[in-house]
Design a protein around this ligand. Structure first.
Ligand SMILES: N[C@@H](CCC(=O)N[C@@H](CS)C(=O)NCC(=O)O)C(=O)O
Length: 250
């Protein structure tokens, strides 16, 4: 997504998790064929100590939100940092979408970051990152859908736009879309919630990338500025950052 510079490179880290940089290798379970394809198999899991593997792009927002959820839940796993466009061959075979992030948990192979984070929230229920009651859960799911549709899609467009003359227009659309929701950020400490949730894990990667994309929040967006300071100060947020993402704020 952030092609052509150090940010698209290798070397993401996720302390305290085990982390490898991009390699053409996938875990032994995958290589040996013990992993079924496309999420086949029972996906049964037994313990928080089970080693899972996340194939993660060091600088894209989907991988970032997945790493945030893993860090918030303090899940021990191996993060394999994969440069976009050079997925290991076995992973190409396991994930028909050829996308990052991809989670391998024993027999289960998951892709699409929303599928992954919802799975993680159910598999590791503490702390819960979704509200308990169905109505609020549905509202949070709607928020996830809209943030992906309205914000993430613009991040992709900005990252891929080759005609630099289009960038100011795209940046303005993203900024306006974010600022339109300003009042939602002042109601509670987190997004419509007293507790950190999957929605915050989804919002944060976009806000973190704004300076990198030369997008500045205006004075009227102070509630968003205060919100992002709270999120960025979380120890889990810091642990989830790859080197490339850390470099976005230097
Ligand atoms: N909807 C997907 C989108 C993921 C996506 O587009 N990831 C990009 C990350 S740069 C990707 O995998 N591109 C293909 C590649 O890197 O080879 C998700 O939420 O995981």
């Amino acid at each position: 997504m952030l092609a052509g510079d150090a940010l698209s490179g290798r070397g993401a880290s996720m302390r305290p998790s085990r982390e490898r940089s991009n390699s053409a290798r996938v875990p032994e379970a995958v290589r040996s064929g013990r992993l079924s394809r496309l999420g086949g198999g029972s996906g049964t899991v037994s313990s928080r100590r089970t080693i899972m593997t996340l194939f993660s792009a060091p600088a894209d927002a989907w991988s970032h939100r997945t790493r945030i959820v893993l860090a918030e839940k303090n899940i021990d796993l191996e993060v394999v940092s994969v440069a976009p466009g050079s997925l290991p061959e076995d992973l190409l075979d396991l994930n028909p979408d050829h996308s990052l992030p991809t989670l391998v948990d024993r027999d289960l192979v998951l892709y699409d970051s929303r599928v992954i984070i919802e799975y993680l929230d159910e598999r590791f229920p503490h702390p819960p990152l979704m509200p308990a009651d169905p109505v609020t859960r549905a509202q949070f799911r709607l928020a996830l859908y809209r943030i992906e549709r309205d914000w993430y899609s613009l991040l992709v467009q900005i990252g891929r736009e080759e005609d630099r003359r289009q960038l100011p227009r795209l940046r303005k659309i993203l900024l306006d879309t974010i600022v339109q929701g300003v009042e939602l950020f002042q109601l509670k400490p987190f997004f419509l919630s007293d507790e950190f949730s999957l929605v915050d894990a989804t919002v944060a990667p976009v806000l973190w990338r704004l300076p990198y994309y030369q997008i500045e929040l205006p004075p009227k967006a102070q509630p968003i500025v205060r919100y992002q300071s709270r999120i960025f100060a979380r120890p889990a947020f810091a642990r989830a950052l790859s080197d490339a993402e850390r470099a976005m704020h230097r």
